[in-house]
Write a protein that binds this ligand. Structure first.
Ligand SMILES: C[S@@+](CC[C@H](N)C(=O)[O-])C[C@H]1O[C@@H](n2cnc3c(N)ncnc32)[C@H](O)[C@@H]1O
Length: 399
């Protein structure tokens, strides 16, 4: 999409086309664009508009539909496909923006602001200079921040971050690109575009969004590393420095509720390893990535089932937002024949296979089990090792 195409989309004519296309009428049925009707709708648009404008309308309507999982106002926003993929989801950007606000910063630079997924939240609390080298993304960011009601707080600046110093801001949010132009993932923070160490130029109070799979050895000293999950899915790590950091070195935060656990919650003594009790806990991915499983064990009064495995166990049911809890029905050394026998004897018709520390392939095991029981008779199989031995724990989720 070019700036001219975007200008067309922003005109009253473009706005009308976007509205009409989003609610395409087939007979009396109003339907969104789907893989089944999109060719027909695109052909209709091309009959009435120049090709690039027809394409821009079609793309925007489809991307708005897809963006609804990230943005509550997606139906009014503007995206390109790669920029939408890179954009922070609103729940996370609002959470982060609150940390900037709590630290008292009122002039923030959003470095590599893309289509404004973060700027729209930061600008609710501060004046935000959004810096981006791609003119179309920057113009989209300006419009998207306006959609959230904070247009007057957003100041776009088209520039190459590598050449920019100093910055017109008290604090900095930096979200470098973690994939190349072909969509290939960079595995090291030194490959990010721009690389992480550029942040050193921009002052003390910085927050950088990095991959949740970041190698711990690449986390700079003196920062707080916050691992964030959203409804149980691991999303990102944020490195907080200067007045933006808390006393914690590592933090696991679960959104949307905002529960958080830190290394200050770690016990003085290592968590004991015991036999599996009546309940098994599967910690949230953020807790595991933040290396805080023992902090959770301490909170629950739970034990580990193996030194290396991130499952916890207890005999009493403990409530926690930081883990899923399962009722343990049986624990066995792993042997296919015995497992099959157990499941047949108990007339199990369906299993969900989870694994941690096991080389077995869940799909292959599913086929090998040849279950015959009724489908509603369901169990969860945890393939793991217990005190070094390949094992299976059989149970169900305790909701
Ligand atoms: C991960 S995206 C940012 C997404 C944004 N935070 C959001 O939520 O919408 C990174 C952005 O940095 C921009 N970028 C990469 N290198 C840059 C550079 N040297 N100067 C300016 N912008 C750059 C890319 O064009 C891209 O839009």
């Amino acid at each position: 999409m070019t700036l001219d195409d975007l200008q067309f989309l922003l005109s009253s004519e473009g706005e009308q086309w976007l509205k009409d296309t989003a609610r395409s009428r087939f007979g009396f049925v109003v339907t969104p664009i789907t893989p089944h009707n999109h060719l027909q709708i695109a052909a209709q648009l091309r009959q009435q508009l120049p090709p690039t404008q027809a394409q821009a309308i079609m793309e925007t309507v489809m991307l708005r539909q897809q963006a609804a999982v990230k943005f509550s106002r997606a139906d009014q926003m503007f995206f390109t496909r790669p920029a939408l993929e890179q954009a922070s989801a609103e729940t996370i950007s609002h959470y982060r923006a609150q940390r900037f606000a709590a630290a008292g910063f009122r002039q923030v630079a959003d470095l590599g602001c893309g289509i404004g997924g973060d700027a729209l939240a930061l600008a609710a609390h501060a004046h935000v200079t959004g810096i981006e080298w791609d003119a179309v993304r920057l113009a989209m960011a300006q419009e998207n921040v306006r959609v959230y009601g904070h247009g007057a707080q957003f100041h776009p600046l088209q520039a190459d971050l590598v050449e920019l110093t100093p910055l017109p801001a008290e604090a900095v949010f930096f979200d470098p690109a973690r994939r190349d132009e072909h969509g290939r993932r960079f595995h090291s923070v030194h490959q990010y575009q721009p690389p992480l160490n550029l942040v050193e130029r921009w002052g003390a109070h910085t927050a950088v969004k990095v991959s949740p799979a970041i190698d711990y050895a690449e986390i700079p000293p003196g920062v707080e590393a916050e691992f964030i999950s959203l409804t149980g899915d691991m999303k990102e790590c944020v490195l907080w420095a200067g007045d933006l950091r808390s006393d914690a070195n590592r933090r696991a935060t679960l959104l949307p509720e905002g529960h958080s656990l830190t290394d200050a919650d770690l016990p003085a003594q290592p968590t004991p390893v015991t036999a599996v009790g009546h309940y098994l806990y599967e910690p949230d991915s953020a807790v595991i990535r933040a290396h805080l499983v023992e902090a959770l064990a301490q909170q629950l009064g739970a034990n580990k089932i193996d030194e290396e495995i991130a499952y916890l166990t207890s005999d009493d049911p403990q409530e926690t937002p930081f883990a899923k809890r399962y009722v343990v029905e049986a624990v066995r050394p792993f042997q296919l024949k015995q497992l099959r026998h157990y499941l047949h004897q108990n007339q199990i018709g369906q299993v969900t296979v989870k694994k941690r520390g096991s080389p077995l392939e869940p799909e292959k095991l599913q086929r090998q089990l040849r279950l015959t029981g009724p489908k509603e008779n369901h169990r969860i199989l945890f393939l793991t090792h217990i005190q070094g031995k390949p094992s299976v724990i059989i149970g169900w989720e305790d909701k």
